[in-house]
Ligand binder design. Structure first.
Ligand SMILES: *[C@@H]1O[C@H](CO)[C@@H](O)[C@H](O)[C@H]1NC(C)=O
Ligand SMILES: *[C@@H]1O[C@H](CO)[C@@H](O)[C@H](O)[C@H]1NC(C)=O
Ligand SMILES: *[C@@H]1O[C@H](CO)[C@@H](O)[C@H](O)[C@H]1NC(C)=O
Ligand SMILES: *[C@@H]1O[C@H](CO)[C@@H](O)[C@H](O)[C@H]1NC(C)=O
Ligand SMILES: *[C@@H]1O[C@H](CO)[C@@H](O)[C@H](O)[C@H]1NC(C)=O
Ligand SMILES: *[C@@H]1O[C@H](CO)[C@@H](O)[C@H](O)[C@H]1NC(C)=O
Ligand SMILES: *[C@@H]1O[C@H](CO)[C@@H](O)[C@H](O)[C@H]1NC(C)=O
Ligand SMILES: *[C@@H]1O[C@H](CO)[C@@H](O)[C@H](O)[C@H]1NC(C)=O
Ligand SMILES: *[C@@H]1O[C@H](CO)[C@@H](O)[C@H](O)[C@H]1NC(C)=O
Ligand SMILES: *[C@@H]1O[C@H](CO)[C@@H](O)[C@H](O)[C@H]1NC(C)=O
Length: 703
């Protein structure tokens, strides 16, 4: 046994004990969540995860052919996918238009019956837009994680109808998945139960059975298959002619869904409750009915990605050139995009949570706690991207699995917590106190890892490789031609000014007076250095700067969104309306030949910049909604003393909102990761249901 193994054992226990502390802070209800990489489906929030989904494919009888089952979100499925309503906890409604070959529309509804802890009722509705009826194969399955050693899934019968009957440790007993209603007799019903080491996926099981036929129609083999071990996966198959409707109930034998439950009635109740909660939180400023409807969908898009992850994760230490494996991690978080990024990101989540805390405070606290529980207790490091467990890993390239221990993204989470706390200090102080020691550690991580060597109180991103500064969160934003430690970067400098400001405020609130004075000193010194070193008086903006031949004033002459961060973060002094720099930066932001795009909002890079729209073209001009939100928030901070800040904020809001809505309706209800300069066209990933949803807060005027 080597020391590596001992370290590993130690960490295993370390994580086990952390896991226990997470459980105490989670919701009482073991509620059901949407699953990140699949179109439809739910899972329990537990190590012994139970999965359930609807999967379908077209049934081309005459050709004896079957198409790929629709399960994992994939662009080449050519599906218009939309979360119509979801509150992240109690219900969801997803719409899919499948235009590839069959031109069908399918809708999926999930609802937790009120007063029940662990039951779910699910409904699929299908119809075809073609003249003749379409034939569709639909599957409903129930499976249990391989972590649950005593799990069994099997097929049972009631009135000759097959249903799934399972044993789950989490329920301490029998759970069932039963047909409750079908609008018409299916052409075929068949079933199968088998051992599946990827219980979150039905596609491989279904396609492996494509050679089974009965009466000219594909069928599952109608058996419980013990050949690979005790089955942990069971599936029911039905073939319907459109239009059809199929409702199944998932519940436990000791707490069954009562016969008084009426699906549509409860669904409408939940939706009404959602709508009125939306109106009371976000709706008062959203008068236009189209905008109001759009806002409800946008919120649902974000909450429809609220996910739970459990399992192994990897960490790469570049100094040791070693990858470490850790078991038993839990994370609860939203995700940006089901198709390309079905996993959580630290910097994105800080932005998502500006919406989440307004919607459901407790949800935000649980999310933030679960992120900070994955912090390295020694260094304070938190991975940029979390790829936890085999389902998440199956949707990411292997080289990306490991978090890199010298890379950390900007501290948006701290600022979101700051905003959250300030809304209601009295009731939120307990939460602040509970997380404060962890905040201190992560704060220290930035100081220990991002400090520049050229002069005290300045910062640089050190995780840079070629053109990519992934740790900055602005991947290909142009920096100095080649990375050196002689560089200091204005974005991290600005983050650190704001972060030390926020930390001294938190320290004061929790009564940590000694550290408060330390943090205060750090705040004033970093601000002073920012104002001394980074300002370019010819271009009227802040810029990255390089130390050359004993002087600090060689500017990296790019003008972009980070050049105005001191306004966007509200860290440039207000100075009773006399701060010339604020006025100058506002002019740069408002200038259409520099940052302001009349179609879409603030560009990430000036249209005059030498790197504008050049190779990669990610953070090189495209319009990002999180940045537009953040800058509007900053402008609001100056409005009382600088009337031009309000004019500009309103101009940004109007432009961003109109363009995002225009593109949304033009592209089947899609939000996009970015919008292109000059045309405003949606660009890069879609549907992008991450921080683009901040358009909601811009409409609601909530900053
Ligand atoms: C979910 O339903 C419960 C019980 O009806 C309710 O208390 C809670 O507020 C709902 N959650 C959300 C996010 O609306
Ligand atoms: C449901 O949860 C509540 C609150 O945790 C608990 O009091 C109740 O006993 C649970 N009901 C069942 C049937 O498990
Ligand atoms: C499979 O079972 C179903 C339901 O019991 C039955 O309708 C169907 O004919 C069976 N299929 C075969 C091939 O036996
Ligand atoms: C409401 O918003 C839509 C979409 O932005 C716009 O076309 C319409 O003119 C607005 N209606 C009113 C009354 O302002
Ligand atoms: C890191 O280790 C791998 C093998 O584990 C080796 O191939 C690679 O060259 C090493 N890289 C460095 C920079 O030492
Ligand atoms: C935390 O960081 C320390 C120091 O780099 C390292 O030895 C340890 O393995 C890390 N632990 C975890 C859980 O990441
Ligand atoms: C200040 O914070 C550090 C952690 O960063 C902690 O170890 C120390 O006890 C704190 N000082 C006081 C006086 O509370
Ligand atoms: C810095 O010094 C080097 C070598 O002495 C010289 O080539 C270079 O031009 C100087 N750069 C500046 C900005 O003065
Ligand atoms: C906008 O910027 C351009 C290029 O720097 C400059 O020539 C022009 O005067 C500016 N316009 C305004 C209105 O300030
Ligand atoms: C921004 O530019 C527009 C169009 O040139 C102008 O109408 C507006 O007054 C400017 N706003 C500010 C704050 O300077």
């Amino acid at each position: 046994m080597n020391s590596f193994y001992i370290l590993f054992l130690f960490l295993f226990f370390f994580f086990s004990s952390q896991t226990a502390s997470i459980k105490e802070t989670t919701f009482e209800r073991d509620f059901i969540l949407p699953r990140p990489p699949v179109y439809n489906g739910i899972q329990t929030k537990s190590k012994n995860t139970i999965y359930s989904s609807f999967v379908y494919h077209e049934h081309l009888q005459e050709h004896g052919q079957f198409l790929k089952p629709r399960e994992v979100c994939q662009y080449d499925d050519r599906i218009n996918y939309r979360v119509v309503r979801a509150d992240g906890i109690n219900f969801s409604h997803v719409y899919m238009e499948d235009t590839y070959k069959m031109d069908s529309e399918l809708e999926f509804y999930y609802i937790k019956p009120t007063n029940q802890n662990n039951s779910v009722a699910m409904k699929i509705v299908g119809q075809s837009n073609l003249e003749e009826e379409a034939t569709i194969s639909v599957y409903s399955y129930l499976s249990i994680s391989t972590e649950d050693k005593s799990a069994i899934c099997s097929i049972n019968f009631e009135d000759k109808q097959p249903f799934i009957s399972s044993y789950s440790s989490d329920y301490n007993g029998i759970i069932n998945l039963k047909t409750h209603f079908q609008s018409k007799e299916p052409l075929v019903t068949s079933y199968y139960a088998v051992r599946n080491d990827e219980p979150y996926l039905a596609t491989d099981i279904i396609t492996s059975q494509f050679n089974h036929y009965g009466g000219g129609i594909f069928q599952l083999p109608n058996k419980t298959d013990y050949s690979k071990g005790v089955p942990n996966f069971a599936i029911i198959h039905k073939v319907f002619q459109t239009p059809f409707e199929w409702i199944v109930y998932f519940d436990s034998e000791d707490d069954p869904i009562p016969s008084s439950f009426v699906f549509d009635e409860q669904f409408i109740q939940q939706q009404l409750a959602f709508d009125s909660k939306f109106d009371s939180i976000f709706g008062s400023q959203i008068i236009n009915a189209t905008h109001n409807q759009f806002g409800k969908q946008v919120l649902s898009h974000l909450l429809g990605g609220l996910s739970y992850f459990y399992g192994t994760r990897y960490i790469y230490d570049p100094y040791e050139n070693k990858t470490f494996e850790f078991y038993d991690n839990e994370l609860y978080s939203c995700i940006p995009n089901k198709f390309y990024f079905p996993r959580p990101f630290f910097w994105d989540e800080g932005f998502h949570d500006k919406i989440v805390w307004r919607w459901e405070p407790k949800l935000f606290e649980n999310i933030m706690t679960s992120w900070f529980n994955l912090q390295n207790e020694t260094t304070g490091w938190i991975a940029r991207e979390m790829i936890i467990g085999s389902e998440a890993q199956s949707r990411a390239p292997e080289w990306a699995w490991a978090g890199i221990t010298n890379q950390m993204n900007p501290p948006i989470f701290f600022f979101t917590l700051f905003e959250y706390y300030q809304q209601d200090p009295q009731s939120r102080i307990t939460f602040l106190k509970s997380i404060y020691p962890k905040l201190q550690k992560t704060y220290d991580f930035y100081w220990n890892n991002c400090l520049s060597t050229v002069t005290p109180y300045t910062f640089v991103w050190l995780g840079r490789v070629g053109d990519g500064t992934l740790d900055s969160g602005l991947d290909d934003y142009p920096r100095a031609p080649e990375p050196t430690k002689q560089e200091v970067d204005i974005d991290i400098q600005s983050w650190m000014v704001k972060l030390s400001y926020v930390m001294q405020y938190f320290a004061q609130e929790v009564g940590d007076t000694k550290n408060q004075s330390l943090y205060h000193l750090e705040y004033t010194e970093t601000l002073k250095k920012m104002r001394e070193i980074f300002w370019n008086s010819k271009q009227h903006v802040y810029q990255d700067t390089r130390y050359q031949n004993g002087t600090l004033d060689e500017k990296i002459e790019h003008v972009g969104i980070i050049s105005v961060f001191p306004v966007c973060l509200g860290i440039e002094p207000i100075d009773n309306g006399n701060n010339q720099r604020v006025k100058e930066m506002i002019q740069v932001m408002n200038n259409t030949s520099i940052l302001f795009d009349e179609q879409a909002g603030l560009r990430s890079l000036s249209s005059k910049d030498s790197a504008f729209m050049l190779s990669g073209n990610y953070w090189r001009g495209n319009i990002w909604i999180n940045m537009n939100y953040m800058c509007s928030q900053g402008l609001k901070f100056y409005e009382q003393y600088y009337p031009e800040a309000k004019t500009l904020r309103n101009r940004i809001e109007e432009t961003v909102i109109n363009n995002v809505i225009k593109e949304y309706f033009k592209t089947h209800g899609s939000l996009w990761e970015t919008y292109m300069p000059f045309t405003g066209l949606g660009y890069n990933n879609n549907p992008f249901n991450g921080w683009t949803t901040l358009v909601l807060l811009m409409m609601a005027q909530l900053y």
